[in-house]
Design a protein around this ligand. Structure first.
Ligand code: SF4
Ligand code: SF4
Length: 255
């Protein structure tokens, strides 16, 4: 059995839904500068050869309640599952003689830090794109065919050379702009060119500070309202309007 198959089987046994592989050259090859060079995996650890990206979905019925204690609990639980699984996958690779460890999901310490400097130490969204899980949408989230942007991600960085997953050759974001329209802080501004919006990350972080004070962070509305994703079929196209989520009432034909 190949190392790639072993990792996929292990990750799925541990509860991961999506698993993809990116060779670090993909950060070099990109024609779009998503991240500065110092944030490349091989800038952080020069023995990095492959980034393994894993994801779990955010079920729509819970996301529909956002901002809520219920979604806040889901967020915390999914983060624990992702970190623990990524730790285990790193140890699994170590036991096979490969250097590896996981990069925790958020890694900013506290929201007050994000307000001052809204930068992630490592972008799992970019890693997810390079690992063939999806493309980056208007809302800066990873858009996947299976769950749209409604998932959480974590990455394992290893020196093992593993065949990379194929990339999507077209954007999965349909550019409908619903995420921008429904953002309570109007944090997104449409760019003249390209799919991805300009984002006021400080406005978003400040909103999260407020929600955290109310014990119902994070927000996630820009992922909830996205019409992309097979998960909508599981719950019904109009399921999101049934739980009192007034911010999703004008989906119209996009859902
Ligand atoms: S998480 Fe909420 S506040 Fe932040 S950009 Fe998305 S919709 Fe706006
Ligand atoms: S809501 Fe529309 S514009 Fe926003 S990420 Fe989804 S498809 Fe793209």
């Amino acid at each position: 059995m190949s190392l790639k198959t072993k990792v996929i089987e292990k990750a799925k046994d541990l509860g991961m839904t999506l698993v993809g592989f990116a060779n670090v050259e993909r950060w070099e090859d990109s024609d779009v500068s998503y991240v500065p060079r110092e944030f490349f995996p091989h800038s952080i650890w020069d023995w990095s050869r492959t980034v393994i990206v894993m994801a779990v979905p955010m079920p729509l019925p819970i996301l529909e309640t956002t901002p809520s204690v219920m979604y806040s609990e889901l967020y915390a639980t999914s983060n624990r599952l992702l970190d623990e699984t990524a730790y285990r996958i790193g140890l699994f690779l170590n036991n096979l003689g490969r250097r590896a460890f996981y990069f925790p999901r958020d890694c900013y310490g506290d929201l007050s830090v994000l307000v001052k400097k809204p930068e992630a130490a490592f972008s799992h969204v970019v890693a997810g794109k390079y690992a063939g899980l999806g493309t980056i949408g208007f809302n800066h989230a990873l858009i996947t065919p299976e769950y749209g942007p409604r998932l959480r991600l974590v990455s394992v960085i290893t020196d093992a050379e593993i065949e990379p997953s194929p990339l999507y050759d077209k954007e999965l974001c349909i550019g409908c702009g619903v995420c921008g329209k429904k953002c309570p802080k109007q944090a997104f501004t449409k760019r003249e060119h390209g799919i991805i919006a300009d984002m006021d990350k400080v406005k978003c972080a400040e909103h999260h500070v407020t929600l955290k004070g109310e014990m119902r962070a994070p927000c996630g509305i820009c992922t909830l309202v996205c019409p992309v994703g097979e998960d909508r079929k599981m719950y019904g196209n109009n399921a999101i309007t049934k739980t009192g989520a007034s911010h999703v009432q004008d989906f119209g034909a996009n859902v």
